[in-house]
Design a binder for this molecule. Structure first.
Ligand SMILES: Cc1cc2nc3c(=O)[nH]c(=O)nc-3n(C[C@H](O)[C@H](O)[C@H](O)COP(=O)(O)OP(=O)(O)OC[C@H]3O[C@@H](n4cnc5c(N)ncnc54)[C@H](O)[C@@H]3O)c2cc1C
Length: 409
């Protein structure tokens, strides 16, 4: 009897789960092994900075298909096990002394939070995992003063959740304009002003040079020498692709695992998916590494399909999408944030607006604030390489539709 075809996934989270589920549904019925460093079955991360921090009762958010994975007879899930390397010539994943053979491998090891190169007393946290969220939440119960370092999306969500729990919140941001890289300066300033409207103190252009407190953090020292008192600190300064375990293993790494448009790495029979993958996105003719839920979910199953049907492999052509919830506002973004955005609906200081981003005449991105029904319509335009004029026409249609609805109400 021939040995079963071994489909191995490293990383038991959103991308890994979707790779494994796609493999289990594949007609070739490979034997599937999922290896994950955390002790938990795959769970959902977006609620960690939102609902989980707001409510002590919120349980670990399950991901669809996660429990079934563990029960599936064709699947072995190895949790609490960190892969330490890959022998690409021998087709083997190493877990310390242990080896797991693969015919095809999908790497979905995600990202890990950036940290400050400073000594940190207890009470200074990063947020990536369920265990991180539980630790932060248990300290939020005492109330008091929270300092969030970094006014990015996750930091902003943490600040909003802490404010909703009644804490005094200060956000310290090194840049003069928050989110400038993610959405551009004008849009970043507009989003940053949401914090002020909710009583959160956003301090821009403030670098952090140290922490006060020994047994427990009592303050954050800024580059101007001043100190912000703190009972709890969350550092939200971005994430790095989780590739250190692959060092020296022959798989090309450059700000993530470098993949072609099919999510194939430089090593034979090895694919990558999710936050760790930097792939060639044909829709925008550039390499991208995206840390968004939707990309991780789609890439997991896409990589698995391509790995199991190499003759019918297709490019992963994708319009990035993410959302972020702050206070009672929903921010959504599709595409890429090129150039200077143009407001096409509402205004920068309004409670709701839409802005578009362009490359030449082509619309390549859209940002909405509290326009939930609109964002996917812009995504369709971007996927079809439509023009800026098409996007302006869509904005006019949407504004008219809203006015009509309001008049009828
Ligand atoms: C707090 C928070 C809020 C978010 N909110 C949003 C949001 O509102 N909207 C949005 O679009 N996106 C959001 N995201 C991003 C989204 O959750 C990620 O894009 C998604 O989780 C990426 O999935 P992934 O499977 O690629 O990687 P990850 O979820 O990072 O999972 C990777 C897994 O691999 C494991 N691993 C790493 N190295 C090894 C190893 N050597 N061996 C074995 N296992 C290993 C890790 O332990 C981890 O479990 C948020 C993320 C966080 C942390």
């Amino acid at each position: 009897m021939s040995a079963p075809f071994e489909f191995v996934v490293v990383g038991a989270s959103l991308a890994g789960l979707n790779a494994a589920r796609a493999a289990l549904q594949h007609p070739s019925a490979p034997r599937v092994t999922v290896i994950g460093a955390e002790e938990h079955l795959p769970y959902d991360r977006p609620p960690l900075s939102k609902a989980v921090l707001k409510s002590d009762e919120h349980e670990r958010p399950a991901l669809f298909g996660s429990a079934e994975l563990a029960e599936h007879e064709g699947c072995t899930v190895i949790l609490g096990a960190t892969a330490t390397g890959v022998d690409t010539a021998g087709h083997v994943v190493r877990l310390g002394e242990r080896e797991v053979r693969y015919d095809v491998l999908v790497i979905a090891t995600g990202a890990t939070p950036r940290t400050l190169p400073l000594e940190t007393p207890p009470g200074v946290h990063t947020l990536r995992t369920w265990d991180d969220a539980v630790a932060i939440r248990s300290q939020m119960r005492a109330g008091g003063r929270m300092v969030v370092i970094g006014a990015g999306f996750i930091g902003s969500e943490v600040a909003a959740s802490a404010k909703e729990r009644g804490m005094d919140v200060v956000i310290v941001e090194a840049l003069e304009v928050p989110l400038a890289r993610a959405v551009g300066e004008t849009a970043g300033a507009a989003l940053g002003s949401i914090h002020g409207r909710h009583g959160v103190d956003l301090r821009l252009g403030s670098g952090v040079i140290g922490f006060e407190g020994e047994d427990r953090v009592t303050g954050v020292t800024l580059s101007d020498g001043s100190t912000v008192p703190a009972d709890l600190v969350v550092v939200g300064i971005g994430a790095l692709p989780q590739t250190s375990w692959l060092d020296g293993g022959g798989i090309e790494i450059d700000n993530g695992i470098v993949c072609d448009s099919h999510l194939r790495t430089s090593a034979p029979d090895v694919f990558a998916a999710g936050d760790v993958a930097r792939w060639d996105n044909p829709l925008f003719a550039r390499h991208m590494r995206i840390e968004h839920w939707t990309s991780a979910q789609e890439q997991g199953s896409h990589a698995a399909q391509n790995a199991l049907d190499p003759g019918a492999a297709t490019a992963y052509s994708h319009v990035p999408y993410f959302w972020s919830d702050w206070y009672d506002s929903r921010i959504q973004f599709v595409g890429v944030p090129s150039g200077t955005p143009e407001i096409v609906d509402g205004s920068w200081d309004a409670e709701a607006f839409t802005a578009i981003y362009r490359e030449g005449d082509r619309v390549v991105g859209a940002l909405t604030l509290n326009r939930r029904a609109d964002i996917m319509k812009y995504r369709v335009l971007i996927a079809a390489s439509k023009t800026v004029e098409d996007a302006r026409a869509l904005a006019r249609d949407r504004a008219e539709a809203r006015a009509l609805k309001a008049a009828r109400a």
